[in-house]
Write a new protein. Structure first.
Length: 255
């Protein structure tokens, strides 16, 4: 369930994961992948990358928009909490791997697991470093002690996936720190903090100024998810994703 990597050095750089996973799936094999939340900040570049690699990618989201069209990928308007809808897509597309970019709570995971057929062999869940609670130097063996609702919900979602005994599939849980990059529109992410600093606007820091972050560029996170999807490592695996540790104070002074 835990990473075989050293866990006392802070956030795990995604490059280490590459050493354990070959760049693509078996030579010449096209993998059939379902991305849940494929039009989001992380989901869209992930779908684009997988499609570019030649895999059969299907992605779903709740509401149609111009963002849904991605060359080389199929899209369906679908409520992820509707077992019948999800099950039909998984069956019709013979999905082999699921990448869940928006598994926010245990109900979402429970519904998707109930819809999984025999074709699904691997489940990748994008969780959050928020499960650890207060920011700081962490490893995969650091106890999960969430201190606010997001972390609590993500941890329950993780446990629902890991404790699923009725499905014969492997699972990879990725816990990213603050993700930043193109397409980021959230006022709670690193790009918002940077813009406020550059514009000389007041900055509200959650917690303490000395709290440690490990920002990761969205494209780096996408590469990590791709590797975990195409070459699952173990039956149950948890890995952190983040960059070099930096405090809120250091970020503010740098800008």
């Amino acid at each position: 369930m835990h990473s075989p990597f050293p866990t006392n050095t802070g956030f795990l750089c995604f490059g280490f994961l590459f050493a354990y996973i070959r760049p693509n799936g078996p030579k010449g094999k096209v993998m059939k992948i379902l991305v849940i939340g494929g039009s989001g900040f992380v989901g869209r570049p992930l779908v684009e990358k997988l499609a570019t690699l030649g895999h059969a990618v299907t992605h779903i989201s709740r509401k149609p928009s111009i963002k849904e069209h991605i060359d080389g990928a199929k899209w369906f308007c679908c409520d992820r909490l509707n077992v019948s809808q999800i099950s039909s897509i998984i069956k019709d597309e013979a999905v082999e791997a699921i990448v869940d970019c928006c598994g926010k709570n245990e109900l979402a995971i429970e519904t998707t697991l109930a819809a999984c057929g025999k074709s699904v062999q691997h489940y990748v869940l994008l969780s959050s470093a928020a499960v650890y609670g207060s920011p700081g130097a962490i490893g995969e063996d650091t106890p999960a002690r969430p201190s606010f609702p997001l972390g609590e919900a993500k941890l329950r979602a993780e446990r629902k996936l890991i404790n699923c005994k009725s499905k014969k599939m492997s699972a990879t849980i990725i816990r990213p720190s603050e993700v930043f990059g193109p397409g980021d529109s959230s006022p709670q992410r690193a790009i918002y903090f940077a813009k406020r600093c550059v514009n000389g606007a007041p900055v509200v820091i959650p917690g303490r100024a000395e709290s440690i972050l490990g920002p990761i560029f969205v494209e780096c996170l996408v590469e990590m998810i791709v590797k975990a999807t195409l070459r699952p490592i173990a039956s149950s695996f948890i890995v952190n994703a983040g960059g070099s540790p930096i405090s809120f104070r250091q970020l503010h002074e740098a800008w």
